[in-house]
Write a protein that binds this ligand. Structure first.
Ligand code: SF4
Ligand code: SF4
Ligand code: SF4
Length: 363
């Protein structure tokens, strides 16, 4: 397929922008979102190692291994080249000898032939710092559908583009020639290489669902009611309120320059204790660590969250906490299209909306 004669500025523009806010204080690391995405979109050939949606324990090395050390990003309107991960950094599938596992005691692997040393979610639930003030938290990650998508800028084939109506970043499987510049440029490592089809693939923000007013699968299935989905530019919607009014929802690694549209309410934590059990006056999750993930704005966000939590403790009401605590499941989602209620609770793509019926868009 010839490269369309379009300026990058044409591919990048969008009239509106969809966004997602995840409240990390409510994520329980259950991986339901991971499985919802895996089942819906990445169970085909060449996709074993792909988790468009993954949940990492932090502090940890993430997925792929040492995920944030490979750089990439957007600077002065250009994509910064990062490094490509090794295949092993993504891990592989395991196949157990279930007779041995279930009846004979011992986890013997059929594949890989040797005991694996790395895989997705490898760091699960491993706390950091010294007992008794250990800490960890979960960080669910998907493509950020960035306003300045380094993946798009890096592609010489113009295979990536933002949807004009909602800013979802898609990757044309027909235009892609598998150069993997997009994989290198994404500072979040959220473009994946399919070694069977020899093209790059990424999260499509479940666009066939969004087009029917149905939120993405990873969000509708979230048991913690962690995720708000809506338009960033809708001043009455939850995303705008949490990001721009309350300023408690922050992008991951803002220094990457890509202006992500996935935001996080950072985790608050109790006071750390010393070895004698005495309170130290310091937060258990070091604010400096959170600053490394969410930038300097995390300090103000934590202050606001703690102030509003203080209101609840004093028996007062807090508009912010009412918004975050979500009494009605449907309040999580605020999409412009009218929802088709038949599919609200489905983890799978609605019938007839498989990506295969939309050639050129997504997977
Ligand atoms: Fe592209 Fe990465 Fe941003 Fe997704 S997160 S739009 S893959 S730069
Ligand atoms: Fe997967 Fe859809 Fe979530 Fe993207 S938005 S990570 S495609 S379930
Ligand atoms: Fe966290 Fe929700 Fe995903 Fe469970 S489904 S891991 S609670 S974001």
């Amino acid at each position: 397929m010839p490269v369309p004669k379009l300026e990058k500025s044409e591919l990048i523009k969008s009239k509106h922008q969809i966004g997602l806010v995840m409240d990390l204080n409510k994520c329980i690391g259950c991986q339901t979102c991971t499985v919802a995405c895996k089942t819906a979109w990445t169970s085909h050939n060449g996709q074993t190692q792909m988790y468009w949606m993954n949940v990492e324990t932090h502090p940890g090395k993430g997925y792929p291994k040492d995920v944030f050390a490979y750089k990439g990003g957007w600077s002065d309107g250009k994509a910064e080249p990062g490094k490509l991960h090794e295949e092993n950094d993504y891990g592989t599938e395991y196949d157990y000898d279930f007779k041995k596992v279930l009846f004979e005691g011992g986890a013997e692997y059929l594949t890989p032939s040797e005991e694996p040393t790395w895989g997705v979610n490898w760091d699960e639930d491993q706390g950091k710092e010294n007992f008794p003030s250990t800490y960890y938290f979960y960080l669910p990650r998907l493509c950020n559908h960035c306003t300045h998508p380094a993946c798009l800028e890096a592609c010489p084939r113009n295979a990536l583009y933002k949807r004009e109506k909602d800013g979802i970043v898609l990757l044309s499987q027909e235009r892609c020639h598998g150069y993997r510049f997009c994989v290198q440029a994404c500072p979040y490592q959220k473009v994946y290489w399919n070694h069977v089809s020899q093209v790059s693939q990424k999260c499509i923000f479940c666009f066939p669902r969004i087009d029917q007013g149905i939120a993405n699968a990873c969000s509708t299935q979230c048991v913690g009611q962690v995720r708000f989905v809506g338009m960033v530019d809708d001043p009455d919607g939850p995303i705008h309120k949490l990001v721009h009014h309350w300023k408690v929802a922050l992008p991951l690694l803002p220094q990457g320059g890509t202006k992500p549209n996935i935001y996080y309410v950072p985790p608050t934590s109790p006071e750390a204790v010393d070895e004698n059990g005495g309170l130290t006056g310091k937060s258990r999750i070091p604010a400096k660590y959170l600053e490394g993930l969410f930038g300097a704005a995390v300090h103000q966000a934590l202050d606001t969250l703690n102030q509003e939590l203080g209101k609840l403790r004093r028996g007062e009401t807090s508009q912010l906490m009412t918004l975050l605590n979500v009494m009605d499941y449907m309040d999580l989602f605020s999409l412009p299209e009218k929802p088709d209620n038949r599919h609200w609770f489905g983890a799978f793509a609605p019938p007839g909306t498989s990506p295969k019926v939309a050639p050129g868009e997504g997977n």
